[in-house]
Design a protein around this ligand. Structure first.
Ligand code: CO
Length: 444
């Protein structure tokens, strides 16, 4: 889930009353040619960890690697519905990509007994992140294999969310269950010029088209430790350069990140990678721009945006990353302006951590606030999640909570119509001894 640059937050408008069920700007044509479902055809980085429970390995029975699998574990199903703890029966989940610290004077961290001790005392936290990340990899493997043009966005979102709920073992219908684990935030399915924060609301009839560029941004959490990771799917190879630019820009950000690194320096490196690419679409060449008012962000327990930002363009921001912090490194590239604004019907909301205790005169707002607190706490949610809890006619109350400053609305963020945007995102843990790219898979 993306963080928008703060200076735009003041003009945040809630579009909730418009009740548009689909946006008008999705190209309706299909070119009917290429059935390529992979955005990875030029991917050169399969040097990440090959986890024992990774779905690719699970499918090829003969090539299954025995690492960390003990006691006759079950296999994951398709669609994914087996709780992950029944597959990893040891209770230990695979590590992400572990990268030694090399910048500044941090090389000592690898061997420092003090830092190793700090690493060990944090292990519950680490295991929750690793389990969430493995669930993300298994669910996205299903998504990448099964999402096809002709499917509705609602079907796609529900498929991802049902997989996440099943693998975490938290259906999220009992009071408080979703706070223990499950979906970390609403599934973003952002088409073409829509960069972030679009999830279908009830009645949405949008159908994925062969010509679309879709950003799939979803989160998995256990005990509030959220893995935030996103990828882009396109079915027409003409978008390959856009996807490659953004995947490489995100990898640049992941590589540059570390303890004591200034976030402004990371932004400069990301921008340089991103803008070294261009793309030709239907005879016209476009520069690929980093979207300058979207950022990566830190993640803290139960809150997807901790307060620090990681810019994706050059910046004078001197804020340093610190030991023990968790960051979502996400970058966005665009063939448009490289700047997003709020548009379309809002789906994403979250209770503010510092919500003011103001008297609510609207009864439905009071009732809804109680439901939100019990079901989501400060984790982001969308309207469909209220629907599945049986809430009805809540829009007035929801809008009242937003205007009272208790709930934050995160409307879709769009570049200019006709442009195409892409996103890749990883969650990284700045462990005392090593940087762990916990959401890394052999796909991205
Ligand atoms: Co994010």
């Amino acid at each position: 889930m993306a963080a928008k640059t703060a200076d735009d937050l003041s003009k945040l408008a809630l579009n909730g009353s418009k009740d548009k069920s689909e946006h008008a700007s999705i190209p309706g044509k299909t070119n009917g040619t290429n059935g390529n479902l992979s955005d990875q055809d030029d991917d050169s980085e399969d040097d990440g960890p090959q986890d024992a429970g990774a779905p690719a390995a699970a499918k090829k029975k003969k090539k299954r690697k025995p690492k960390k699998k003990k006691g006759g574990p079950k296999q994951q199903t398709d669609p994914p519905r087996v709780k992950l703890s029944q597959i990893f029966t040891s209770g230990n989940y695979p590590a992400g990509e572990e990268v030694p610290y090399t910048k500044y004077d941090n090389a000592y961290r690898t061997t420092s007994e003090e830092k190793r001790h700090l690493d060990r005392v944090k292990s519950d936290w680490l295991n929750d992140y690793r389990q969430s990340a493995e669930i993300h990899r298994q669910v996205r493997q299903w998504a990448k294999t099964n999402i096809k043009p002709g499917m509705s966005l609602t079907e796609i979102a529900e498929g991802i969310e049902e997989g996440t709920r099943a693998l975490t073992g938290h259906p999220g219908l009992e009071e408080g269950d979703n706070i223990k684990g499950g979906v970390g935030f609403p599934t973003g399915l952002n088409l073409d010029h829509i960069a972030a924060h679009y999830s279908p609301n009830a009645g949405n009839k949008t159908i994925l088209q062969e010509s679309n560029v879709m950003k799939v941004d979803f989160g998995v959490h256990l005990n509030g430790y959220i893995v935030d990771s996103a990828f882009t799917m396109a079915f027409d190879p003409k978008y390959d350069n856009l996807l490659t630019a953004v995947r490489e820009a995100t990898n640049t950000g992941v590589r540059e990140a570390g303890i004591d690194v200034r976030v402004g320096d990371i932004g400069a490196a990301i921008q340089e990678t991103m803008e070294s690419y261009e793309i030709e679409l239907d005879g016209k060449t476009y520069p690929i721009k980093a979207i300058r008012n979207l950022n990566g962000h830190d993640i803290v327990q139960n809150s997807i945006h901790g307060g620090k930002s990681v810019p994706i363009v050059k910046s004078n921001d001197q804020t340093k990353m610190e030991e023990g912090e968790v960051f979502a490194i996400e970058t966005f590239g665009s063939t448009g302006r490289g700047y997003v604004t709020d548009d379309l019907e809002c789906s994403h909301y979250a209770l503010k951590g510092d919500a003011p205790n103001v008297p609510l005169r609207v009864t439905s707002a009071r009732n809804l606030l109680s439901v939100i607190k019990k079901s989501f706490g400060t984790l982001p949610f969308c309207r469909r999640y209220l629907d599945r809890l049986g809430q009805e006619k809540y829009l007035l109350g929801l809008n009242n909570l937003v205007s009272s400053g208790i709930v934050e609305a995160y409307p879709p963020l769009v570049d200019v119509k006709g442009s195409y945007t892409a996103q890749f995102e990883h969650t990284i843990l700045l462990r005392p001894t090593v940087k762990e790219v916990v959401s890394r898979g052999d796909d991205y």
